[in-house]
Design a protein around this ligand. Sequence first.
Ligand SMILES: [Ca+2]
Length: 330
Amino acid sequence: MRKRVIIDCDPGIDDSLAVMLALSMKDELEVAGITVVAGNSPVEMGYQNILKVLKFMNRLDVPVYMGADRPLKREFVNALDTHGRDGLGESFFPDVPEYEYVKTKSSAVDFLAETLKREKTGIIALGPMTNLALLAERDPDAFDRIDELVSMGGSFKSHGNCSPVAEYNYWCDPDAASAIYREMDRRGRLIHMVGLDVTRRIVLTPDLLTYMKRLNPRIGDFVEAITKFYMDFHWEWEHLIGCVINDPLAVAYFADRDLCQGFPSYVQIETQGISIGQSIVDSMDFYRHKPNAYVLTEVRRQAFFHLFFSKLLGLEENGAEPDLLADLLK
Ligand SMILES: [Ca+2]
């Protein structure tokens, strides 16, 4: 059965790849709408970027809603140094003109509240969780109705990506992240924490990109245009050849729980000091507190890429040889 989902995101290069994947998983996912939040890029830029992605995917019918333009309390710090001046790897695709899409009037929070109350819907959160924290505050009943919440964010044993200990989404709005983990705790529910422990293993290498271009030049060229800058950034900062694509894993995991494994734990998010934004995972059960999160630690990397490529590119249709992909993923 198809799962209905709202994607909350801050596009962002890997957000864009995640949305492309979600839209390609037609048998598994029904994307009810996309809400945008300030994060990797300022919210207006993220809104335009998601329209660019929807246009490329011929899916401008999917409604997009503008969300929070800054974190709950902290000053907003974007990640355009990582994602390029346009938030899409300096691909500089033109803005989508207004006559090509349906301009939505309600805010992201209103759309979330209405949709959650109307139908069973899950949420994949790919950016700072500001919109979701505002929803919990303004309409707790609607928040209660979230079917499943998968959050790309945080880190258990892996190091941070914007401080020694913090992952960007939780670091950007630590108060929102902290609030969401507390809300889940209060309700006795688990948030799925798709953190850097697993997403760091998802590296799009130049070889894999070439493979994408060979199999499906249209998609491959688009992915190349938005990831080139990102790859240069990874080389400069981490001496990594390729780029880490965090967000698509959260989408894939939402649809297929067998892709990752982890453990239930009590998690809190630090909101101050030098470890601001850190996800504190009580894996040793010091606090004797019931779990509020399912923390992912293992990912079946080859299975993820197989899914990613078969959905996005169409592997069999394009005559892909399974052995070649297996070799590239060794
Ligand atoms: Ca993101």
